[in-house]
Design a protein around this ligand. Sequence first.
Ligand code: AMP
Length: 476
Amino acid sequence: MGFRDECGVVGVIMSPSRPPSDYPARLAYFALHSLQHRGQEGAGIVVAEPTAGADGAGALRDMKGLGLVAEVFTDRELMRTSAVAAVGHVRYSTAGEKNVRNVQPFTATVRGEQVAIAHNGNLTNANALKRELETRGTIFSTSSDTEVILHLMAQSVYGGSGDTQARLTDALGHVEGAYALCVLTLRELFAVRDPRGFRPLVLGRIASGEPAWMVASESCALDMVGAEVVREVEPGELIAIDRVTGSLRSLFPFPRQQRKACIFEHIYFSRANSDVFGRSVYMSRYRFGELLARSSPIPGGADYVLPVPDSGVAAALGFSAASGIPFQMGIMRSQYVGRTFIQPTQEIRDAGVKLKLSPVRCMIADKRVVVVDDSVVRGTTSRKIVRLLRGAGAKEVHLRIACPPIIGSCYYGVDTPNREELISFRLPADQQVCEWIGADSLGFLSLEAMQEFLGDEADDFCYGCFTGKYPVLPVD
Ligand code: AMP
């Protein structure tokens, strides 16, 4: 298996004079809680305790484990009074690599300075760099691409002892692909986004009193703790926040590139109550649904529009508003089952859909229904849902998908499978996909409609999974 990460990150740094009543680890915990949708395999928080340790030299302390945010941490750990800053991470589950060693943030002592790193994204040349580092004697202890950054920092010839910024910048100059990073030392918090800005990262200020800062993958994490959104960390920007002086420095150390934000954040990955890349995720989904209703009307009309919960709800509302077909919650989702997609085998995935979704018969029996979902990847979910609805007596089932057909893997951090497993790659004609899924009709949102909605910003997004054209070619 190659490296793969779609995760959530957070960083918190308190002001020098702030009483530690707002424990930074607790703030990070609540932020991670609201980023749980970005990864459910494991979670970790590392705190900076500048006065801890027998010699008073300070320490970075980590707490991490496999499982959900609510399962991994204890109150006692989170409320360490000497902590002044924290970074946190939620990790996405991928087949075969369930190992606590891969749970971030990673910590290391780099030339005498303790460093913790939390990474969202996927480096496209990590394997090549890893091979190179190994020939120089580097020993890797995880199977994560993020570790490459730490080793590159350790071997950097730049910066004296304590100059993490110079070493981080140097290390990132060698990596390609996608990264949104939170890096913590005893004194500073760094927030960095790759020059194309594939993955989101937003800067916030923890309200009231002295400047205390927070960075997170999505604005919903800032909302959660009452922090105010200041702005996005820009593509190619490195922000360094110094705990002692309270200063915030912004640098652009990398060559400028055309921005290529991941459109899939708006389609599926981010939470609907977040603003991501400067726009409301909810509104994007709603508009995708409206546009879909206009471009793919239902031949002969329908009785109800049903969302696939939760991922299709905003798009289904837009579809209903634009088509005039009433919206109903005809499919209920169990709150106690995780995302089906993340199960390792096809058999478990198949059973997973039934466990997760149940039809509301009175909304379905003898009805012509439109089912709206955000995306089709392997087709498993859609096929099962169509069967479920037919089993509940639906007269007609029309499937409408609020994004274009996915024909390519993602190299920048979204966990799409090999393209051979993608239904729209295997069956290039939508009609074939429709037959395989078993729906009466199928409509995707066109890429053109999506780009028209994005307007002047259309070129600022990556559409690699829809076009097979990638802004950064993977070296690995
Ligand atoms: P599939 O059954 O493989 O076609 O998966 C499609 C379903 O998975 C849709 O309902 C999406 O909401 C969801 N989905 C799409 N992309 C991802 C992803 N990268 N990770 C997890 N779930 C996803």
